[in-house]
Design a protein around this ligand. Structure first.
Ligand SMILES: *[C@@H]1O[C@H](CO)[C@@H](O)[C@H](O)[C@H]1NC(C)=O
Ligand SMILES: *[C@@H]1O[C@H](CO)[C@@H](O)[C@H](O)[C@H]1NC(C)=O
Ligand SMILES: *[C@@H]1O[C@H](CO)[C@@H](O)[C@H](O)[C@H]1NC(C)=O
Ligand SMILES: *[C@@H]1O[C@H](CO)[C@@H](O)[C@H](O)[C@H]1NC(C)=O
Length: 297
């Protein structure tokens, strides 16, 4: 984790960074595999990068921004702290759980709207694009939709004999173990994993689920869409993250039996995030195309 962050040039407090850089980059490569050619051209233009890395290269930008003085206001945008009670009760109540400073649901709403706003300066819209890429990743990390112990940051556990907090285990330890380690090359490992997941979605174990994944997607209603994604992630807290509640997990070794149950869920959440991000980007581009005033994209 620390090594991959240094490689990415990201200053981060251990355990506070979402999905780890590796998860976010995977989501971005996955989305780039699914978007239409028109969408690729639009976002490559907006982000001024015509390589296949145009999304992957901006996927962790929001994590570096939040620890800067200017970007501090974006800190709350990475999560929504559901005040639920796992494992007996999971659920998100927008009014109850989205702080007045904002949350990942309001942020996805805001930055989707800004991306669609042709009156805004392109630099603002490019920034909005980077936020959307990142927050669609975050919202699929179950512990970004959970209040308990600051999203699990305060729960100390073991993973393969080493001390971590639970948040880090879900952000980083499980995804990296799943692919057999990223060997200090997060972009290459992420590209490979994204290609594996692309095949699983197109013709493998996710083929039958992928249409269901897009059911709640409505670009005219970004808040409801984001809320449904968040609610689904939050449900995983009760089933898989804390199936016996927060106390039962403290100090436990999570690298074997727990990992076996969690890894397929992490894989599915990453796959969903990338597939949904692609659909979201396609919808943004077609909705811009269909705007009454022909303004430049
Ligand atoms: C999209 O672009 C790819 C790569 O440039 C090309 O191979 C493919 O034919 C294009 N697809 C469509 C539908 O134009
Ligand atoms: C595109 O993004 C990648 C990844 O961040 C970067 O390595 C590359 O230099 C960029 N290319 C251009 C033309 O900006
Ligand atoms: C929307 O984004 C802009 C630009 O980052 C920010 O100034 C504003 O506070 C955001 N609004 C909300 C409600 O998150
Ligand atoms: C999408 O959202 C808009 C705005 O809230 C709503 O009018 C429309 O019915 C929604 N579409 C679907 C298919 O739910």
């Amino acid at each position: 984790m620390r090594i991959s962050l240094l490689t990415l040039g990201v200053t981060a407090l251990p355990g506070v960074v979402a999905w780890g850089g590796f998860g976010h980059i995977t989501v971005a490569y996955l989305a780039s595999n699914f978007v239409s050619n028109e969408t690729t051209a639009f976002f490559q233009g907006l982000l001024r990068n015509d390589t296949e890395h145009y999304l992957a290269g901006v996927a962790t930008w929001a994590d570096s921004l939040r620890y800067t003085r200017w970007g501090r206001f974006t800190g709350p945008f990475h999560f929504i702290d559901a005040k639920d009670s796992p494992p007996t009760y999971c659920g998100i109540d927008y009014e109850r759980d989205c702080k007045k400073e904002g949350c990942v649901v309001s942020a996805l709403h805001n930055y989707t709207t800004r991306l669609l706003d042709t009156e805004l300066h392109v630099s603002e819209r490019a920034m909005a694009a980077k936020f959307v890429v990142h927050f669609v990743g975050d919202i699929h990390q179950p512990l970004h939709t959970e209040d308990v112990a600051r999203g699990g940051n305060g729960i100390h556990v073991l993973f393969d004999g080493r001390n971590f907090n639970l948040h880090h285990v879900w952000d980083t330890s499980i995804p990296e173990k799943l692919v057999g380690g990223i060997h200090r090359k997060p972009y290459e490992a992420a590209k490979r994993w994204a290609d594996v997941l692309t095949t699983e979605i197109n013709e493998g174990k996710f083929l039958s689920a992928k249409d269901e994944w897009l059911k709640a997607t409505n670009v005219s209603d970004p808040r409801s869409t984001a809320l449904s994604w968040a609610t689904e992630s939050n449900a995983v807290v009760c089933t898989t993250v804390l199936p016996q509640g927060p106390d039962a997990i403290v100090g436990q070794e999570l690298g074997s039996k727990y990992y076996e149950a969690a890894a397929p869920v992490v894989e599915a959440q990453i796959a969903k995030a990338g597939y949904r991000l692609a659909a979201w980007m396609d919808l943004i581009v077609s909705s811009l195309r269909n705007q009454p005033s022909p303004g430049d994209l």
